[in-house]
Design a protein around this ligand. Structure first.
Ligand SMILES: Cc1cc2nc3c(=O)[nH]c(=O)nc-3n(C[C@H](O)[C@H](O)[C@H](O)COP(=O)(O)OP(=O)(O)OC[C@H]3O[C@@H](n4cnc5c(N)ncnc54)[C@H](O)[C@@H]3O)c2cc1C
Length: 412
């Protein structure tokens, strides 16, 4: 173990990225100070628990790392060092077994974040770290770090610091993106923060919105072409909302759909609303004798009702609804026009941020040796599915180990 008694180290930002850095540093014998602007640590982590706390994903590792898009190669060393298996082991060592859900997503057995977070913080505190909450970083100069606190401005000096300040989604949980101003003033390259894993606006008719906001649309295949001309197509589930659409199938492609909209709005994606039935079969069913039944009753007999039937009414005239070929064609290739994307404050995560070019392989700023940056504040994105937590915690570990190497090098 490195003799680190003389080193003053801080982790600023107590989300999962900062907490993981704090765990690694304290386990190595460092006494650290952990700061956060909020009164308590890990608020977004707790929020993630409301959805079951999807820690990671059990799919093939090559597929797993591809979920980080262009950031894959830069993040690969961190993900090799903290893989989905390591994540599961980490939870187990804290006393929380995990399980793989039907979709491959990995959760703690109780699907709760609070007990795990409590145990995690307890473990870090037991290693003699000091938690300073309600400390908002507002500036730094050389080794002096300035915080806004309820008692006024406070200054601290440190030899090495890990910044883990998060992105800008759900700002009420602590990460506001205000750090961009501090780091821009230092001449660092920061790419604009944008929403990731967000919903999209669709102009529903008032009747459709009122009736179907909150309704899931299951077993649909979503298809679209991205800005590079690549066709994407996947079966899944989305959620109709009052403003448009959201949900896992939308989030999987939120990066590409955002890019499409930035290039040219609106963008149209296509839904196969009867993914398990051929167009031919649908035409045959729709061409059967309707008799005295109403159109709705006739459709209902072939399983066409509720949100699917009403979607048709959103795009076809009354006359066209009686045309089997036209109806079948729309059911198999329903055009969904996305006008714009929802604001970052509503998004699950953040794209953009501190560019990787600023950092070395240990996530240390090349311009400021001894200063490391991790988590959602860096310029990368990934869909939902456990990739976000694995990504930020892998970076926390990578930077903490880099910091230990940095200290060791300074001592010899
Ligand atoms: C509703 C929701 C559900 C989610 N569910 C999942 C899920 O199931 N699985 C998954 O993988 N991911 C999920 N995520 C995403 C995941 O929670 C985030 O990616 C992750 O928390 C980011 O970690 P982080 O440590 O980088 O940032 P954060 O968790 O945002 O932590 C940053 C910390 O820095 C502090 N801070 C910010 N600025 C300052 C400052 N100036 N001074 C001091 N402190 C500051 C903040 O208060 C905060 O505590 C979810 C997100 C949301 C919003």
């Amino acid at each position: 173990m490195v003799d680190t008694a003389s080193y003053k180290v801080a982790v600023i930002g107590a989300g999962p990225a900062g907490l993981m850095a704090a765990q690694v540093l304290t386990e190595a014998g460092l006494k650290i100070t952990l700061f956060d602007a909020k009164p308590s640590a890990g608020r977004k982590f707790l929020q993630a628990g409301k959805g079951g706390l999807n820690l990671t994903h059990a799919e093939d590792f090559t597929l797993f790392t591809s979920r980080y898009f262009e950031a894959e190669s830069f993040l690969r060393p961190a993900l090799d060092n903290f893989s989905p298996d390591t994540m599961r082991l980490w939870a187990k060592e804290l006393g929380f077994e995990t399980f793989v859900g039907s979709s491959g997503k990995v959760y703690p057995l109780d699907k709760k974040a609070a007990p795990l977070l409590r145990t995690w913080i307890h473990k870090i505190k037991a290693n003699k770290s000091e938690f300073k909450m309600k400390h908002r970083l507002i500036a730094f100069e050389d080794d002096t770090w300035q915080f806004e606190t309820p008692e006024g401005i406070k200054k601290y000096t440190f030899d090495a610091v890990v910044l883990a300040l998060g992105g800008a989604s759900w700002p009420q949980l602590g990460a506001t993106g205000a750090w961009t101003k501090i780091l821009l003033e230092k001449g660092l390259q920061i790419n604009p923060l944008k929403p990731a894993n967000m919903g999209f606006n669709v102009k529903w008719s008032p009747i459709f919105r009122e009736k179907f906001a909150g309704t899931p649309l299951k077993n649909v295949t979503l298809s679209f072409t991205d800005t590079h001309g690549t066709l994407h197509s996947q079966l899944g589930e989305l959620l109709i909302s009052d403003y448009g659409v959201q949900g896992s199938l939308i989030y999987t492609y939120s990066k590409f759909l955002r890019e499409n909209i930035e290039k040219k709005a609106p963008t149209t994606l296509y839904l196969d609303l009867f993914a398990h039935k051929s167009e031919q079969k649908l035409v045959a069913q729709l061409s059967a004798q309707q008799g005295k039944q109403s159109l709705s009753a006739f459709w209902k007999r072939m399983g066409l009702s509720g949100v699917r039937a009403s979607l048709l009414r959103e795009v076809l005239s009354k006359e066209s609804l009686k045309n089997p070929e036209l109806v079948a064609q729309k059911l198999k290739n329903f055009p969904l026009k996305l006008d714009s994307y929802r604001p970052i404050e509503e998004a699950i995560s953040t794209a953009g941020g501190l560019a990787f070019d600023n950092l070395d392989e240990n996530l240390m700023l090349k311009k400021f040796p001894g200063l490391f940056c991790v988590g959602e504040m860096l310029d990368w994105e990934a869909p939902t599915g456990g990739y976000l937590l694995t990504g930020v915690m892998a970076q926390g570990k990578q930077a903490a180990e880099g910091l230990l190497k940095f200290i060791h090098k300074k001592k010899i």
